[in-house]
Write a new protein. Sequence first.
Length: 353
Amino acid sequence: MRATLIHGAGDIRVETVPDPAILSARDAIVRVTHSCICGSDLWPYKSAPAAAPRRIGHEFTGVVEAVGAEVAGLTVGDRVIAPFMYSDGTCPHCRNGFPTSCNAGGFYGTGDREGRPVDGGQGEYVRVPLADGTLVRVPADADPALSPALLSLSDVMGTGHHAAVAARVAKGSTVAVIGDGAVGLCGVLAARRLGAARILVSSRHDERWKLAESFGATDRLTTRDAAEAEELVRELTGGVGADAVLECVGTRQAFDTAVRLARPGGAVGYVGVPQELRDGHAELPLRLMFDRNVTVSGGMAPARTYLPELLDDVLAGRLDPGPVFDLTLPLEQAADGYRAMNDRTAIKVLLEP
């Protein structure tokens, strides 16, 4: 089959690799119908050292082609969504709603707990371990036009929703969103879905702002300077600040800005993959958080937990994150997709094998 591999910074290639096979009784083989490039894929694209090539990609939807002997909830031919990590759905962390910490789970494109290969999502087929706990079935009669929206549920829509939940977005609240990438834009949708009355979005790109506005954003912040952004938000909110802030970038500047925009007693939901770490740690504005009683919560989104409720809304026509995909390419042109997202000429690239 054909699959995307990263060889080093800026070096993405689509190559022929071995077809996946059932290696465990709990596996499923999924024929990928739609996959995509994530903003988090750009971090290795920008900085990975030259090394042995490895699979990449973690967001996909498709059709079940084969199942292991112990798979009980799926059959060949099922349409499915794969959240960005696989999990068994039964361990204590899964039962507590955090399958991203599953005792038996893991990431696509690496080895499983027994060292057996797991395919990346940007390919023609994927071996999905722990299929019953991972994959979510889509009704067979779901409108094909919903495919981009369904794909967004594998990661970015669930991640934007997690930011909103962590930031305690509630009906009538004022929300600020830091970041106008796919996750930030989905955060706008999530905030509106949870009843926010006002949504301020940090965006310096006209096309992204137009999309944010169509998703429910009400006010635009065009500065990247934290102090200037704080002053503007105070002006827009009558000196109060935002009830909830969604940090959807992952840089120290974005995090610091998010804390400054929150009102005293407000909350920040952070979902941007942390960058600029030192020995795995980042400096936090603890004094400001302490003085203002700002709550900070978030982390890696438990997309599998949120998938059923978000799927219901997509199927019912109440939620459509599909427009975050503004460029569709064949799998063979994955390298062009990476360049487009890296150059910010595309928000999010959908790949069709």
